[in-house]
Design a binder for this molecule. Structure first.
Ligand SMILES: [Cu+2]
Length: 323
């Protein structure tokens, strides 16, 4: 709608043409500065405490056990704070406009189209925000994908329908040899034993279809591809001993949901003893017992893959005799 000059509120006309404009602008700038200071104070207050914990990680899983997982977590928290700051600023502007320019009569307020500073601001500001987010995302992503020349430990992850094999290697790549191995079965969950305070390379390969290696506490999953593609990633260390459930995160068939394993993080001394025991021919369970660890997985258990009338479709009509 185009306003005829006669319809424009006289007070608005007076304001736009009045010498008091500078004073109004000054007050507006003061308010804006106050808003900015308030935002900064809020940010300081929020960062003073652990923002992530206060807001339950803004939905991001907490308790990462590798430096990479902590960096990804920090990126998420910082992005959320930035998004909230922009959100609060925009909501503030909206509410301020609603109150300041509420309808006071039939006359239209001053129309501020073609306001170059404003249009410049709302073109440049989003570009700046996206650039900053992109910059930090690229840094963290490069860090998470980084490979070292000589990782302390290299383990080959072999996925197959529907279980895992973990091969402890004496080097990197397909040329290296397997010095010890753990194979999962339907009865026994495979336990992947790894040390704290050492860099670890995971080299992935699949025997059949695409799977995905996922330990939630690493805050990371990577597809395990069949054929010649060997997906590789590293963690610079594992920082907390314990038992962590691992899963397949790529729908790979009927028993996809049953493809669990356990990551058991132990001290470097215990890891060396475990590997020596395995290399001397002990089973994974005996080697785990030898270093004073639980021999079987404690974070998950084998699923019952047998289908009987009792556990499959139990509400269905009773099976006919002989079926
Ligand atoms: Cu799978």
């Amino acid at each position: 709608m185009v306003a005829r000059s006669s319809e424009v509120r006289p007070s608005a006309v007076r304001h736009s043409a009045s010498p008091r404009v500078g004073g109004r602008r000054g007050r507006g700038a003061g308010r804006l500065a106050g808003l900015g200071l308030g935002g900064v104070a809020l940010l300081v207050l929020l960062t003073g405490c652990d923002v992530g914990q206060t807001f339950d990680g803004f939905g991001w899983p907490q308790g990462g056990i590798s430096p990479e997982s902590k960096r990804m977590y920090d990126l998420w928290i910082a992005s959320c704070i930035a998004a909230l700051a922009v959100g609060v600023f925009v909501w503030g502007l909206i509410f301020w406009c609603v109150v300041r320019y509420r309808k006071r009569g039939n006359a239209l307020p001053v129309q501020t189209r073609y306001n170059m500073p404003m249009e410049f601001l709302y073109t440049i500001a989003p570009i700046l925000i996206v650039s900053v987010l992109f910059y930090y995302t690229a840094i963290v992503q490069t860090d998470v994908d980084k490979l070292s020349k000589n990782p302390d430990v290299t383990v080959e992850v072999v996925a197959f329908k529907w279980n895992w094999q973990f091969n402890y290697r004496d080097g990197q790549g397909t040329e290296a040899r397997t010095t010890a191995s753990t194979l999962g079965t339907s009865e026994v969950i495979p336990v992947l034993v790894l040390p704290t305070n050492r860099s670890i390379r995971f080299e992935e390969t699949s025997r059949d279809v695409i799977h995905s290696f996922w330990v939630p506490e690493l805050l990371f999953k990577r597809d395990v591809m069949p054929g010649k593609i060997r997906n590789v990633f590293e963690v610079s260390s594992l920082d907390a001993e314990g038992a962590y459930v691992g899963r397949c995160a790529e729908l790979c068939g009927s028993y996809h949901a049953f493809m669990n394993f356990e990551l058991r993080v132990v001290s470097p001394e215990k890891y060396d003893q475990f590997l020596a025991a395995k290399q001397s021919g002990k089973s994974t369970q005996d080697a785990l017992s030898a270093i004073g660890e639980q021999p079987y997985a404690t974070s998950t258990q084998p699923f019952d893959t047998r289908r009987t009338q009792d556990n499959f479709n139990p509400d269905d009509v009773p099976a006919r005799t002989g079926s």
